[in-house]
Design a protein around this ligand. Structure first.
Ligand SMILES: C[S@@+](CC[C@H](N)C(=O)[O-])C[C@H]1O[C@@H](n2cnc3c(N)ncnc32)[C@H](O)[C@@H]1O
Length: 375
């Protein structure tokens, strides 16, 4: 198939936020492979990269296909996962980029011990348009469910990613989505009327037309929240977290949305996102790309302390409920709860250990924590 639909060459220079997107992808996949590789419940898992690109960037940086395969093969525990089959599907519509992708994958396979992929790894590449390929996949399933699938949906713009198709493709409980949302175009054209057909498919509703007018400070949030709400309600993802990519001009160019139905998976992606955005604001700024990030102990957990005091005022609750609340309803993740938040609160007398706490400031599973009533 031909028809590129963008002005870039076959292989283009990598931008700082592309590296950030890749850090989220590989950071999270390390955890995902770990959870699914060691789970006896799943004989097979799938990574589906629907807009895979040419496999390489202009200065030789690896593209998403190389990064995802390497994340698996270089995982410390990969050798223990011989009973799990890992299937990779890389799809690229553009002919020249597809050739580059296929060559890159051949080279990567040759570089493996014995010149071939490990026996439990299958790598497929396709030269199709994402919607067509996804429809064919669904047809092939004939009502059966997909194996647990991590779908990376990374187009350049807002076309060819209809919400209804995403919903049908990823309806099985164990499917997850990491998707590019072309916020720049959406916020420019939502109320312009010239691409309504595409936006209708993208959002799975016409409600984008109700966005406040251009220039209204409420417009960006409206459009972001509408997409998030559609991912939750139409695609039935219980947990959705976005991450903003801010361009050099200081504006949000796009969001990456992560969607899952699994609380542990959600927690892992949130912690991956915090590593890239240590202020907890879920945004990456191109202009700060070369600067050192804060150290972990400089993170501010005061907002979490306040949220816990508010939510659990006057009650005795288990650490498990505190963790669940933190992951589901605050921007924080589980790794920030015990040592960085509860322990200092207990030392400062803001909370106390329940009757089953064996050692002060330690919170193994089931430990009860006593929150004072609101003053
Ligand atoms: C943002 S790039 C992908 C980058 C790649 N995921 C990475 O991280 O290295 C988007 C790619 O999607 C391809 N593309 C555009 N429309 C497509 C479609 N309908 N189906 C599949 N691929 C498409 C483009 O040619 C381009 O290579």
């Amino acid at each position: 198939m031909s028809g590129r639909g963008d002005s870039l060459p076959t292989v283009w220079p990598q931008e700082p936020h592309t590296k950030a997107k890749h850090d989220l992808l590989t950071g999270y996949l390390g955890a995902w492979f770990g959870i699914l590789g060691s789970s006896p419940r799943h004989a097979r898992v799938i990574v589906f990269d629907g807009f895979a690109g040419p496999g390489v960037y202009e200065s030789g940086e690896p593209g998403s296909p190389v990064l995802t395969i390497n994340r698996l093969l270089h995982h410390d525990h990969f050798s223990r996962w011989g009973n799990t089959e890992f299937v990779f599907v890389f799809n690229e519509r553009d002919d020249d980029r597809y050739v580059s992708l296929a060559d890159t994958l051949i080279e990567l396979e040759r570089a493996q011990p014995g010149g071939a992929w490990p026996s439990n790894v299958r790598v497929h590449h396709r030269n199709e348009s994402f919607p067509g390929l996804a429809e064919n996949l669904l047809e092939g399933l004939a009502g059966a469910t997909l194996a647990p699938t991590f779908a990376f949906v990374d187009p350049f713009g807002y076309k060819d990613v209809p919400l209804d198709l995403i919903k049908r493709l990823l309806s099985y409980d164990a499917c997850e989505l990491f998707i590019y949302f072309d916020f720049n175009s959406v916020s420019r054209f939502a109320t312009a009327g010239n691409v309504d057909k595409h936006f209708g498919a993208l959002f799975g509703t016409d409600r984008f037309k109700d966005a406040p007018p251009a220039g209204d400070p409420a417009r960006p949030r409206f459009l972001h929240d509408l997409y998030e709400e559609q991912l939750r309600s139409v695609c039935d993802f219980a947990y959705v977290q976005s991450f903003a990519m801010v361009n050099r001009g200081g504006r949000v160019g796009n969001y990456m949305f992560f969607c899952t139905r699994n609380l542990t998976a959600f927690d892992r992606m949130k912690s991956t996102m915090w590593r890239l955005a240590p202020d907890g604001d879920y945004r990456f700024e191109d202009r700060f790309a070369d600067q050192d990030v804060l150290f972990a102990d400089q993170r501010d957990t005061e907002p979490l302390k306040a949220a816990l005091l508010q939510r659990f005022a006057g009650s005795t609750v288990s650490i498990d409920d505190i963790l669940k609340f933190t992951i589901e309803e605050t921007p924080f993740y589980s790794g920030q709860v015990k040592r960085e938040t509860l322990a200092p609160m207990q030392r400062d007398g803001l909370i106390s250990g329940g009757p089953n706490q064996k050692r002060a400031c330690q919170y193994p599973d089931g430990t009860l924590v006593v929150f004072p009533p609101k003053p």
